[in-house]
Design a protein around this ligand. Structure first.
Ligand code: NDP
Ligand code: 8X3
Length: 265
């Protein structure tokens, strides 16, 4: 917790699931002196989360909700300048916003779903990184700060019906690896965390709001909870400065691959 004191943390996709839990986990780990910039499209949810954090922990954690669609390059480019001065010294960027749309096989993937997934998961994440990196690079020792990218097991092992989603997460992984190498002479840490199945709004969104289909994904298995990944995000960010948790694959116990799942019938 001491290592996080005074830090400013920006989380994308903080309105739900892993991003939301990560906000709470940072706040609970360092309740006395922290600034959280929470971003997502659903600003009204972010505002509620801000109230919840203040109600639970008091005023030691300052929360600044910002409406941001990471798939819109202009919004991302304008983000830092739109922040009040005291919120601009960002120390940790959590690139979490992301989604899957559909489970269609190659011939049937819609143009719209393909564009949305790449624009959010890949170009959105890269644009965010470009927006924040100049802040990191101005600091001593060639630069300081953490970039925590939420990839996926799907970026390491593709599966049928995941052509585009898996490709976007493989792209995140490659981008993280390049960036870590490019920044080797700095103190900027590039951290990638790749979860397996986590029960969030992810599957509801993948199945276009069909709750029954989403529930079937988790039938007979015990998925991870968003909090499990949030704990790992905060763990990586609170290591000694010289420690880079470069790359982490996290499964629930009954998962050992994209489709290697043990289901109780
Ligand atoms: P959720 O659907 O619960 O949360 C996704 C978050 O991303 C929401 O806060 C949503 O906010 C935000 N988001 C989506 N599109 C945009 C956009 N264009 N601009 C800004 N924010 C956006 O899912 P998870 O918490 O599970 O997903 C978080 C990350 O974890 C994603 O990158 C996902 O790919 C990854 N992941 C998830 C796994 C799982 O099994 N759940 C496994 C492996 C990785 P809003 O709609 O308000 O904009
Ligand atoms: C999401 C997990 O297994 O549905 O990244 O691809 S999976």
């Amino acid at each position: 917790a001491k290592r996080l004191e005074g830090k400013t943390i920006l989380i994308t996709g903080a309105s739900s699931g892993i991003g939301r839990s990560t906000a709470f986990e940072f706040a609970r780990t360092c309740p006395n002196n922290l600034r959280l910039i929470l971003t997502a499209r659903r600003i009204e949810i972010l505002e509620k989360i801000a109230v919840e954090i203040h109600t639970e922990l008091g005023e030691g954690v300052k929360v600044f909700p910002v409406q941001l669609d990471v798939s819109k390059p202009d919004q991302v480019r304008g983000l830092v300048n739109a922040l009040p001065e005291e919120w601009r010294e960002i120390d940790i960027l959590v690139n979490n916003a992301g989604l899957a749309r559909g489970v269609s096989r190659a011939p049937n993937i819609s143009e719209d779903d393909m564009t949305t997934m790449f624009a959010t998961n890949v170009t959105g994440l890269i644009n965010m990184t470009q927006a924040i990196l100049p802040i990191f690079l101005e600091r001593p020792d060639g630069g300081r700060g953490d970039i925590i990218n939420i990839g996926s097991g799907a970026g390491r092992e593709a599966y049928p019906g995941g052509g585009v989603y898996c490709a976007t997460k493989a792209a995140v992984r490659s981008f993280s690896d390049s960036l870590r190498k490019e920044l080797i002479a700095t103190r900027i840490r590039v951290i990638e965390i790749d979860p397996g199945q986590v029960e969030t709004e992810f599957s509801v969104i993948r199945y276009y709001g069909d709750k029954n289909k989403a529930d079937a994904v988790y039938a007979g298995v015990q998925p991870l909870a968003a909090e499990d990944i949030a704990e790992i995000v905060v763990f990586t960010a609170s290591r000694r400065e010289n420690v880079v948790v470069a790359d982490t694959l996290v499964y629930p116990s009954h998962q050992a691959g994209a489709t290697a799942l043990h289901r109780k019938s």
